[in-house]
Structure formats: structure tokens, C-alpha cells
Design a protein around this ligand. Structure first.
Ligand code: ZN
Length: 250
């Protein structure tokens, strides 16, 4: 029998879907570059097809969630849904997930409490606030990672503590899984996680700045046994894509 694959969907509630704008410079066919567009990160090119690399797309609606969760249930899958606790507005204002997307939040809460999904912590902001808005001349991808080793310990502490508080207060259930945005986390993040209910860190990489072992928190390498994607694929390709992927993976 095939080992069971874990399905994980990231970036729920994260404003990265609006502000992480970068362009695609190299176009490939079967892995071979066939076209190079050096100015893809300048001005509006990064927002238009075919030069658009990531943003911008909208949050999955409650109705869409209902449809997607029915599909997961039909195939007996309990997906991990990684929620970013605050949406960061253009001016840097934080809006907590249940306030920004009340319908989706309530729907996901019911599903979590019924055991149909698992909610994971995907950071407080997903970004370095203040550096998150699109630039005219360049990509801002680096700043759409939250837990860089060069940020102060205090920031790691605040972001972990506050995100755990927001998610646990709203969902009324402890959150055990942390999924670092963009697979970036460090020993400072681990220090911050020590005093929380987090038991597992699921990521492609270990700490960016250390190989020290962890006490009480397990690292799970998601390069094997996982199918990870973002709400972006759900939004862009919809239910047919999801069904096709599930059939391929299970
Ligand atoms: Zn993410």
C-alpha cells in the first residue's frame, strides 16, 4: 500500500497574495530557457500575464471552501490548512484573520472543531511589515518571508506569541503545527516557539542558521510524504485541478 500523503494548503488570510509582486524573467519549455525578459520586475510588468510571478489573487470565499472541503471529505482526506493570523494592509495596519474574513474564518472553525481539517500557524504577517508593498524597480519576494535570522529575537517572540494567541482564541482549540512562511525560520524562531503549544514544525528546510537539535518540538521534512500548495492554485485552477491532484497523489 502507498504511504498516505498529507495535503497542506498555505497562505490562508495572508496579504502576501496581494503584495508579493515579482516578475518572471526566464521562460522555459521542458526545462530549457527559450525567452528572457530582463525587465519583468519593473513597473507593471510584474502584475500582468505572462510576466506575473505570484500576486495578485483574492482570498478563497466561504462558498469555495465549502466545495473544496466536500471534495477532501469525499476522498477521506483531512488537509492541513495553514493560516496567517493577520492580514497586513498597504499602510502596515494589521487585521486579524477573523475580522478580515469573518465568513471564511467561521466556516473553517466549524470544520476544524469537527475534525475535518487541521489548522496550522503560518505566521503573524507572512512578511516583514513596512517592506511588504510592491516596488517599482524590483521584486519584494525576500520581504514576504517573516522569520529571518537577521530580525531581532523580540520580533520572533512577538510574532509567534501573538499569532498563537489570535488563532487559539478564535478557533478555541490549541494549535500544534507551525509552518514557517517560505520555509524560512531560525534558532530565534525555535526559541520563540518553546513556550507555546507548537509540537511540530513542518517545512522544507531546517533552521537557516543552525543544526542544533530541538527539545519538545519535532521537525518534519515536508519534501517527502506531502503535497503542499497554496490557496493560489485553488483560486486559479479550481475544483477540477484539486480532484485531479488528489487522484494522482492517493
Ligand atoms: Zn506562505
Amino acid at each position: 500500500m502507498k504511504k498516505e500523503i498529507v495535503f497542506r494548503i498555505d497562505d490562508i488570510g495572508a496579504s502576501t497574495k496581494h503584495f508579493n509582486q515579482y516578475g518572471k524573467k526566464i521562460f522555459r519549455f521542458l526545462g530549457v530557457p527559450y525567452f528572457y525578459f530582463p525587465i519583468a520586475n519593473i513597473g507593471f510588468f510584474k502584475r500582468v500575464w505572462p510576466f506575473r510571478g505570484w500576486a495578485k489573487y483574492n482570498e478563497v470565499s466561504k462558498e469555495e471552501w465549502s466545495d473544496f472541503l466536500d471534495i477532501f471529505e469525499y476522498y477521506n482526506i483531512t488537509p492541513i490548512i495553514s493560516v496567517t493570523a493577520c492580514w497586513v494592509e498597504h499602510d502596515g495596519t494589521y487585521v486579524e484573520f477573523p475580522d478580515k474574513f469573518p465568513k471564511q474564518a467561521q466556516f473553517l472553525k466549524d470544520a476544524f472543531l469537527k475534525g475535518k481539517i487541521t489548522i496550522a500557524n503560518h505566521g503573524l504577517t507572512h512578511c516583514v511589515v513596512g517592506k511588504h508593498t510592491p516596488r517599482f524597480w524590483s521584486s519584494n519576494k525576500t520581504f514576504h518571508r517573516e522569520f529571518w535570522h537577521w530580525l531581532p529575537q523580540q520580533m520572533h517572540d512577538e510574532h509567534i506569541q501573538r499569532s498563537q494567541n489570535i488563532l487559539e482564541d478564535f478557533f478555541e482549540k490549541s494549535i500544534h503545527i507551525f509552518v514557517p512562511p517560505g520555509n524560512v525560520w531560525s534558532r530565534k524562531t525555535y526559541n520563540a516557539l518553546k513556550n507555546t503549544n507548537i509540537k511540530k514544525i513542518i517545512s522544507k528546510n531546517y533552521m537557516i542558521d543552525s543544526n542544533e537539535s530541538m527539545d519538545g518540538i519535532e521537525f518534519i521534512d515536508d519534501t517527502k510524504g506531502f503535497f503542499n500548495f497554496h490557496d493560489r492554485e485553488l483560486k486559479l485552477y479550481g475544483r477540477e485541478w484539486l480532484i485531479q491532484k488528489i487522484k494522482e497523489k492517493i
